[in-house]
Design a binder for this molecule. Structure first.
Ligand code: UD1
Ligand code: CA
Length: 469
């Protein structure tokens, strides 16, 4: 084969299977690994290969599977509905039909093997193009080959065929090189071999694996390319196997983070997605769950018992017993124990959100404190503000269904149990007495009390005087 680099690439992703052993209303490929569907991981690894056409074979739960696939920017994605799930051979044929007129190589992937990386797929493709084989199989040598198809080699060591676990003799079952169900084929060779696949096996299915033996009988060249990292080919046919993949991923992420200078007190109780970034000398305590686009700075103290999703925690911050969702915790800020930071919660440098406090869509200014039992929603809090225990920004008018903001100026002191009825502004350096119900704007520097709170005097000490350190 002469100009390998010039060959076009297409892909078939097989995602129509029932996943019988999942016993689930959700299609197997949509079951989640690290919070994202298995199919999403597969499509992410495939996308950079730049296939000019991708056929996604759908069947069980086709609508949901298609909706998930559409969320990924895969150019020239086509859906190939497989009427009945008759096996991977039938799935590949269905996908191949959807590719239409195409000449070149086809990478074929299962939708239930989410650990494969782009790097490995690139290696497989390069090996295929270098050898000019009709088919190149991604294989791996594994400790426990149960359930996988085994690679059968001839006396010369060349691949002869693949035998499925269900059909294998005990001698074949002893083989430890397994099929990943990931391949690159010459399109024309795949197409013609698929027409010859039959259902004569224990499972009464059309096996894509039979294509290998068929090609060999025709005298075509078949190559097995071993994955450097056997873990990448692991598939999930059951919830138990999916849980194995999940703990495998977490163990790997933890190892890498520790190698990079992060302390993890008990890796067996720490659950960090591969997408998360953590800076050096941060200590992660048990029962910490870090998901999605979460970025944690250096020298932080995280956990025990923290769940953070798509959140940012800057250098030197402390967060314990807390739930964060799209929140931003500034440097040296402190959160918890027992705090809930909802989307748009932004804590500036050295701010504090303490015990039984919920914050949503609000800014807590530099060095300001909300130490106990408060709800802060839709508020802009300046710097050096103290919000006394059990104070609440009443951001929602249940009659008009309108949400309004509360603005609290720098140096204000909100007395315990202050109810701030938004929209309302509390001026710089103002004070609310305990139990105030604030319905009108509070002028800067004044002290209010009562229900509804009325001005009754000027603040004794000027905020400036109090601030001088
Ligand atoms: C398959 C391989 C096996 C390999 C293993 C690796 C075959 C016959 N066996 O077995 O050699 O070791 O993967 O994980 O290929 N699918 C369809 N339509 C169907 C059937 C399956 O789209 O009619 C899809 C499934 O959704 C799945 C993929 O094809 O994503 C693989 O099918 P699955 O039934 O999981 O194959 P395995 O038994 O795991
Ligand atoms: Ca499988």
């Amino acid at each position: 084969m002469g100009k390998q680099g010039a060959r076009a690439l297409a892909a078939i992703v097989m995602a129509a299977g029932e996943g019988k052993r999942f016993k689930s209303a959700t299609p197997k490929v949509l079951h989640k690994l690290c919070g994202r569907p298995m199919l999403a991981h597969v499509l992410d690894s495939l996308a950079p290969l730049g296939a000019v056409r991708v056929a996604l074979v759908v069947g069980r739960g086709a609508e949901a599977v298609q909706a998930e696939a559409k969320r990924h920017a895969i150019p020239a994605l086509t859906f190939a509905p497989q009427a009945r799930q008759l096996g991977t051979g039938d799935a590949a044929r269905t996908g191949d039909d959807a590719l239409g007129r195409f000449d070149g190589d086809v990478v074929v992937l299962p939708g239930d093997s989410p650990l494969v990386t782009t790097k490995t797929l690139r290696g497989l493709l390069a090996a295929h193009r270098k050898s000019g084989a009709a088919a190149t199989i991604l294989t791996a040598v594994v400790d426990d080959a149960t359930g996988y198809g085994r690679i059968v080699r001839d006396a010369k060591g060349d691949v002869e065929r693949i035998v499925e676990h269900a059909d294998a003799t005990s001698a074949e079952r002893a083989l430890d090189e397994v099929n990943s169900c990931m391949y690159v084929f010459d399109r024309a060779a795949l197409r013609s071999a698929l027409t010859k696949v039959e259902r004569a096996n224990r499972q009464n299915e059309f096996y894509l694996t039979d294509v290998i033996g068929i090609l060999r009988e025709k005298g075509e060249r078949v190559v097995a390319w071993r994955a450097q990292d056997a873990a990448e080919i692991m598939g999930a046919n059951s919830r138990a196997q999916l849980a194995e993949l999940e703990s495998f991923v977490h163990a790997r992420v933890n190892e890498q983070l520790m190698a990079d200078g992060v302390s993890i007190v008990d890796p067996s109780q720490t659950y960090i997605d591969p997408t998360v970034k953590v800076g050096r000398d941060t200590v992660i305590h048990p029962m910490t769950f870090l998901h999605g686009d979460t970025r944690i700075g250096a020298g932080c103290e995280i956990g025990p018992n923290v769940k953070a999703t798509d959140s940012r925690i800057d250098n030197g911050a402390r967060v314990l017993f807390a739930v964060l969702d799209q929140a931003h915790v500034g440097s040296e800020a402190s959160v918890g124990p027992f705090a809930y930071l909802r989307p748009g919660a932004r804590l500036a440098h050295k701010a504090k959100v303490g015990t039984f406090v919920e914050v949503k869509n609000s800014k807590i200014g530099e060095a300001s404190k909300v130490p106990h039992l408060s709800y802060i929603g839709d508020a802009d809090i300046g710097r050096d503000v103290n919000v006394g225990a059990a104070s609440v920004t009443l951001n929602y008018d249940s009659e008009t269904k309108v949400k309004s903001r509360t603005v609290i100026g720098d140096d204000a002191k909100i007395g315990g149990d202050t109810m701030m009825v938004a929209p309302v502004k509390i001026g710089k350096g103002a004070v609310t007495a305990a139990g105030s119900v604030v319905t009108k704007d509070v002028p800067p520097g004044s002290v209010v009390k009562g229900m509804p709170a009325k001005t009754f005097r000027k603040r004794k000490r000027s905020p400036e005087g109090e601030k001088k350190k």
